[in-house]
Design a protein around this ligand. Structure first.
Ligand SMILES: [Zn+2]
Length: 308
């Protein structure tokens, strides 16, 4: 059964018994937001009953940070007034495969769900950074954050000073890079810019504990970058990666070693394709990487007041 790992007057985080996966329920005067409702049927129903009990006539919006099956598995347990996804998630060519993963999981553990398994059908699709949506006084800003998957996005709830990060900045998982290490680094580089434009202190990851201070999530960001650059150095130079220090920091190697080795394979393919280089001397290349972030700032300024 899930447990509530964080609660304040506006935010309740339900954490699944599986993989410390978080469902965040956000309550404002205007709306109830449910982010990535998940995992086991009783856990999802528990969240649904909670939402019904606090709803008091307000609209319920579902937000999906990305299309990984563990994050969409509770979709149809809710009757949402609106569903928010990235455009890339709405157009994901692997929808059927993702649904198969859910069916595989449920069948493997003899699980029955009292609701249908469907891929989220977005009413509001986020296609660029800085897009906003307002419901009364509640203002959300969306950012595209590819890297973990191609269709990841983050959401900032302005008046609560909170960012829903999806599968980034976990304290129990190093970066799981399914899509691109280049995009992953760009997303991490973009975070301070997102912060400067929105000012949030708290960040809620898809797995593990919320980061409740700026220092906490900045440290996680640095750890994520350090992991990726150490892996790049190892791949480019042939010097073995120090796995023991990875497992001193992250405590589930029996599962997570597979994700680490998948990262090595993906980043080796990227290196061989010339998608990134390793410069042993620190490195104009890193400084040059700042430029896309600056362009990003300009872009989001222009879009600041836009409602789509
Ligand atoms: Zn994920």
């Amino acid at each position: 059964m899930n447990k509530i790992i964080f609660r304040d007057p506006n935010i309740t985080i339900f954490q699944s018994a599986l993989f410390q996966t978080n469902t965040t329920v956000i309550t404002t005067e205007d709306v109830i937001l449910v982010v990535d409702p998940c995992w086991l049927p009783d856990e999802v129903l528990h969240i649904r009953h909670y939402v019904d009990s606090i709803r008091q006539g307000r609209s319920v919006f579902l937000i999906f940070t990305h299309s990984d099956y563990d994050h969409i598995i509770g979709y149809k347990a809710f009757e949402a007034d609106k569903v928010f996804v990235s455009k890339a998630m709405a157009e994901n060519p692997k929808k059927e495969e993702i649904l198969e993963q859910i069916l595989d999981f449920d069948e493997k553990y003899y699980i029955r769900r009292p609701y249908p398994i469907e891929y989220p059908n977005g009413d509001f699709t986020v296609f660029r950074d800085g897009v906003q949506y307002r419901q009364g006084q509640t203002k959300m800003t969306f950012y595209l954050t590819p890297g973990h998957t191609a269709d990841s996005m983050m959401i900032v709830i302005w008046q609560l000073g909170v960012c829903l990060a999806g599968d980034y900045l976990s304290n129990v998982e190093f970066p799981f890079i399914y899509h691109s290490s280049i995009d992953y680094v760009n997303t991490l580089e973009k975070l301070p810019v997102i912060h400067d434009r929105n000012w949030f202190t708290r960040m809620i990851p898809g797995h593990g504990d919320p980061a409740l201070t700026i220092n906490d999530w900045l440290r996680r960001r640095t750890e994520s970058l350090a992991y990726i650059f150490a892996l790049r150095e190892s791949i480019a130079t042939g010097i073995p990666f120090d796995e023991s220090s990875l497992w001193a920091r992250y405590h589930f190697p029996r599962l997570q070693q597979k994700y680490h080795l998948d990262n090595v394979a993906l980043m080796t393919r990227e290196f061989e394709a010339g998608l990134w280089e390793w410069d042993p001397e620190f490195s104009l290349q890193d400084i040059n990487n700042v430029h896309p972030v600056e362009q990003q700032t300009t872009a989001s300024k222009e879009e600041e007041t836009e409602n789509v």
